[in-house]
Design a protein around this ligand. Structure first.
Ligand code: NDP
Length: 525
């Protein structure tokens, strides 16, 4: 069995202890230079945060409706730069252009959702005061201040833009640190904010690697929204602990798909192949394990093979599987694959680079795997689809729930209610029935994981809530000389409180009777 890093500690990237002064961004397609950017010195980052904070105060003081009106400008800004955004994403990540368009579409849908729903969240909400009927209470939402967003390289536009937008709708300023592999996609976020006419400095992008990321976490931001691997997340949490800065962690996954005996095998194979190989498998919610009930295992594998054989690889227009974004990532996947084969897995198709000099790994399907193989337990983040035979749905659920990750999952069956009932038993933040991955594109659905996949939520109203805090306000309406529980603690105080306790414990008429009796005639203990 392959001995890799422990689950969630993803060993495929090593970080230098210092950031270089200049970052060179290279195209994964041919290694050519996209551009060079000066790194933001770590000591400069708290100053950047302070500048955003000074602008944010004015932003937060606007009524939510006014903020919403100004954020609407992002739609035009994105429209004006669509081509530039697509080209930047393709240049930095190597993904097919269609997938860059999917990133922009997803951002636009989330933006539209926030435009409709964000200001509602800021309306004061009446709250019950329970037995204190002479009081009035309500809950207000307020901005956090400045949010630090740290984003990865695999979806550099969505994962930079979405938390930034949500932060802005929440009335916050945002300082964003994109991955050093994809900083130009991050810089677009600042450009779009400027184009939309948002106050200068409300959104700032800092450039750098792990050192800049850690400096941002330590800079005094009011919350960190981190998307990346569990290994880095542990460093982020350690840095955040010093100032008790709250953190949202959107981490990796090992997402299972379950194919039941009554599934539409053609649709399941098509959906699962897309879910596994989108962005060359470098998707946090890509399908990395398929559990197929034994009576349809062979037929499903044939369908998968038929689909995979049609996929076009490379970087030319029309290609569906592009290069892996980094050499280190490619080597990690190859190492994991070799380990699985050593453990006895059958290589059904793929397994090699399309040519030795390229970063393109053929879409790979594995069968008959050793259940202890690390490829079924650790995140792969590459174009590899392991297909595992299981006895039945129960067996599949049990195996699916065995790993420490819990990001998303899918169930494939013609019996939708059975699909939903299995979905409810899967340890995952989101589950699709007869579909895959697309839940992230439905903006009303909160997104996030359990266990090694992180905590906190993005998207939907839950995502907006993460970017705000509550303020509870309680108002006394009677103005009595004193409340019954204030000093001095007299005999009457004791009777009133004990009587009320009896009333609340029993409830209803009997409670009222017991409470009143005690208040009038109760004995002191
Ligand atoms: P990393 O964890 O390596 O990096 C994420 C971000 O953190 C990058 O901007 C990185 O900078 C930065 N960083 C690195 N070190 C530190 C540090 N010490 N303190 C603060 N920030 C730091 O993840 P990858 O970029 O490699 O992304 C892949 C991972 O992200 C996978 O595990 C994937 O599953 C997960 N992911 C999760 C998603 C989700 O929504 N749940 C979505 C997409 C990806 P730099 O890159 O410049 O070194």
């Amino acid at each position: 069995m392959m001995t890799g890093p422990p689950p969630g500690s993803q060993g495929f990237r090593s970080f230098p202890e210092t950031d270089p002064e200049v970052i060179r961004v290279l195209r994964p397609s041919d290694g050519s230079l996209v551009g060079e950017l000066a790194v933001t010195p770590a000591h400069e980052i708290p100053r950047r945060v302070a500048r955003t904070r000074s602008v944010q105060v004015g932003w937060a003081s606007l009524p939510a409706k006014d903020r919403e009106r100004r954020l609407r400008g992002l739609l035009n800004a994105i429209g004006d730069r669509t081509q530039e955004i697509e080209e930047t994403i393709v240049a930095e990540t190597g993904k097919p252009r269609v997938e860059a368009t999917i990133e922009i579409m997803t951002v636009v849908e989330h933006l539209r959702y926030h435009l409709k729903n964000a200001s509602v969240l800021f309306r004061p909400r009446k709250a019950s005061t329970g037995w204190m009927v002479w009081k009035r209470a309500f809950i207000q939402r307020e901005p956090l201040g400045v949010v630090g967003v740290i984003s990865p390289w695999n979806y550099p536009f969505i994962l930079s833009m979405n938390p930034t937008m949500t932060g802005l709708f929440g009335g916050n300023g945002v300082v964003l640190k994109p991955s050093e592999l994809t900083p130009y996609s991050g810089l677009l976020v600042e450009d779009l904010a400027r184009d939309a006419g948002l106050p200068e400095g409300l959104v700032q992008v800092i450039i750098g690697g792990g050192v800049a990321g850690e400096a941002l976490v330590r800079s005094g931001v009011d919350k960190v929204f981190f998307t990346g691997g569990a290994h880095t997340a542990r460093s982020v949490l350690a840095a955040a602990a010093a100032s008790l800065t709250p953190v949202v962690l959107e981490l990796g996954g090992k997402d299972p798909a379950i194919v039941l005996e009554d599934a539409d095998l053609k649709r399941a194979a098509r959906g699962i192949v897309w879910g596994a190989f989108l962005n060359a498998g470098q998707t946090c919610i890509s399908l990395e394990r398929v559990y197929v009930v034994e009576e349809v295992y062979d037929a499903f594998l044939r369908e998968v093979l038929a689909q995979v054989r049609k996929l076009k690889t490379g970087s030319t227009p029309g290609a569906e599987i592009g290069p892996m974004t980094t050499q280190a990532q490619l080597e990690w996947v190859e190492e994991q694959l070799a380990g699985a084969v050593e453990d006895g897995a059958t290589l059904v198709t793929g397994g090699s680079r399309t040519d030795p000099a390229s970063n393109v790994l053929e879409p790979t399907v594995l069968a008959e795997l050793d259940l202890d193989s690390s490829i079924l337990r650790e995140e792969t983040f590459g174009p590899v689809l392991p297909v595992v035979r299981v006895k039945d749905g129960e067996d599949a659920v049990q195996k699916a729930n065995e790993v420490p990750f819990g990001l998303s999952a899918s169930v494939w069956t013609r019996n939708r209610s059975r699909g939903i009932s299995l979905a409810q038993r899967l340890r995952a933040g989101s589950v699709c029935v007869n579909d895959a991955l697309v839940h992230f594109g439905v903006p009303s659905l909160p997104f996030g994981g359990v266990g090694e996949s992180g905590y906190g939520r993005s998207n939907g109203v839950e995502g907006l809530r993460e970017m705000t805090r509550t303020r509870s306000i309680l108002v006394d309406r009677l103005g009595l000389e004193r409340e019954p529980w204030w000093f001095p603690y007299s005999r009457a105080t004791e009777r009133i409180l004990k009587g009320t306790l009896l009333f609340r414990l029993k409830g209803g008429f009997m409670g009222l009777l017991a409470g009143a009796t005690h208040m009038l005639w109760g004995k002191r203990r």
